[in-house]
Design a protein. Structure first.
Length: 281
């Protein structure tokens, strides 16, 4: 991925603490890669006091667990990304990989989530969908059996994601990561009791459907994330994202919702506890 290695400046701190509900500290390949301790410190300077580190392949999942066990402000989510599933299936390794993910889920109370899992029809064609669906269903079963939050990756697959969840039953806690749907899809997710996590895409010029979705999302269903090092919010798009840029997205969210910034921060913090099974850090 081609990005300017220069990191954006720290934004003005938020008036209350919030959490970055989804990031990939292990994927930061910029020229000035931040160590976890530095990433946590920079985030804390702007009142982003907690982080959910997501591992979405086997090395990343192992890394996420170690990071969560080493830093009080970090918890982990582990899974096989939907685009990993067809590759592993083609190599005859999907079942073994899923078994290792499940072992990591139960290895530590610091693993709060199973995810990101789901369906991605943008990068994987029809020939890979059977493996994606099998992997998605296996992750849902893990989250339910072990009482973990399910974190969903949904790209160009809205109807099928809901169809699978409706068929097998969603876990008690389900988060739609980096929500990318329109207002009607947001309503459908809220009706099912899911949390919707909004990222820097909300600030993109062409993202009016996402802003429309946020506008109809109740305050008690809203989360915020970076998906760092990806999806850096405007005006820093194209440069590396990091948890300390959450305030830029939160301020954009407050504008869309017509909410007071402090009120929104309080809601996000409360929702994070509810969505990920209690406080940490």
């Amino acid at each position: 991925m081609s990005r300017d290695g220069e990191r954006p400046p720290l934004p003005e701190p938020l008036p209350r603490p919030v959490a970055d509900s989804h990031c990939h500290l292990d994927m930061d390949d910029s020229a000035e890669q931040l160590a976890v301790v530095d990433a946590v410190d920079r985030a804390r300077q702007v009142n982003v006091t907690r982080i959910v580190q997501i591992g979405c392949d086997l090395p990343g999942a192992r890394w996420a667990v170690k990071a969560a066990e080493s830093h009080d402000s970090v918890v982990a989510g582990v899974a096989l990304h939907p685009n990993e599933a067809p590759r592993l299936a083609a190599e005859g390794r999907l079942d073994d990989a899923l078994a290792e993910i499940e072992s990591l889920v139960v290895s530590s109370p610091r693993v709060r989530a199973v995810g990101e899992t789901g369906l991605d029809y943008y990068r994987t064609g029809e020939d890979g969908r059977t493996a994606q669906h099998a992997s998605f269903r296996a992750h849902i079963a893990m989250a339910k059996e072990h009482d973990r939050t399910l974190v969903i990756h949904d790209r160009d697959a809205h109807a099928d994601v809901l169809a699978v969840l409706d068929e097998v039953g969603a876990p008690e806690r389900t988060v739609m990561h980096c929500f990318s749907g329109h207002a009607d899809f947001a309503r459908a997710c809220v009706e099912r009791g899911y949390w919707l996590s909004y990222s820097g895409t909300l600030t993109f010029k062409n993202a009016q459907p996402v802003r429309d979705a946020l506008a109809v999302t109740p305050m008690d269903r809203v989360l915020v994330e970076t998906d760092a090092p990806f999806l850096t919010p405007t005006p820093y798009r194209g440069r590396p994202n990091a948890s300390y840029l959450v305030p830029t997205t939160v301020r954009a969210m407050a504008a869309v919702l017509g909410a007071e910034l402090e009120e929104l921060c309080e809601a996000i913090d409360t929702n994070t506890d509810a969505a990920f099974g209690g406080t940490w850090g």
